[in-house]
Write a protein that binds this ligand. Structure first.
Ligand code: ZN
Length: 220
């Protein structure tokens, strides 16, 4: 499995502890420490009896529900320090509610995307669908990013759910994978608009110190 803290894959079996039964079946806690980051991973499991065979572990075919308890959600890449607070806040909130409510997560990330397109990419204020079209037409964003921005409105099926486009922060039903895709898009745009320019500036600054020491004019 993949560690929800550090995203490393590992093969250690989770230890499983039965915590009783009800008319729905058996309940258990499944836990282990990630061998890479050494953090505890805990899940609540329920399913058809028997859920736990004599030698421990779980009978996968009998598991009906597997809810990650700790950490509460699979961690994403984290938000780079260069990302301004107003975008980082929406992004963090969208990540933290993802497992409980993909609908709420997608509403937050759509709103964050719209803010980003308006404030940073400087698109004309319109519906999110038209704003996405403007950024695609502008050809100012590399194609690997425009492909996934375009997927936001395709997977989100904006044609069938126009409210997603008109009122981007509205909580409306989502398609499978839509909330995760919205977060992928935000991460790609954060990298393009904030992280990469900051790295380029840092390289220039370092080069200019060397040029100054050599008595040469700085680059701009
Ligand atoms: Zn880990």
């Amino acid at each position: 499995m993949k560690c929800p803290h550090c995203l490393e894959s590992f093969h250690e079996a989770m230890a499983t502890y039965g915590i009783g039964s009800d008319k729905q079946g058996d309940w258990a806690i499944s836990a282990c420490n990630c061998p890479a980051c050494r953090k505890r991973i805990i899940a609540l499991v329920s399913g058809k009896s028997p859920l736990i065979p004599a030698r421990g572990g779980l009978i996968p075919g009998n598991v009906h529900q597997y809810v990650l308890v700790y950490p509460k959600a699979i961690s994403r890449g984290g938000c780079p320090k260069e990302v301004p607070q107003e975008f980082a806040n929406d992004y963090f909130e969208a990540c933290s509610v993802l497992s409980d409510s993909p609908k709420a997560s997608a509403a937050l990330s759509r709103r964050c995307l719209q803010l980003l397109l308006r404030d940073v990419a400087k698109v004309k204020h319109s519906t999110l669908e038209k704003e996405i079209q403007e950024i695609l037409d502008s050809q100012k964003v590399p194609s690997h990013i425009t492909d996934i921005i375009d997927a936001v409105r395709q997977i989100g099926n904006f044609a069938a759910h126009p409210i997603k486009s008109k009122s981007s922060g509205e909580i409306v039903p989502v398609e499978p994978g839509e909330a995760e895709l919205n977060l992928d898009v935000l991460e790609a745009l954060f990298d393009f608009y904030f992280t990469q320019p900051a790295k380029t500036q840092a390289r220039k600054n370092a080069l200019n110190i060397k040029l100054k020491d050599a008595g040469k004019p700085p680059i701009k």
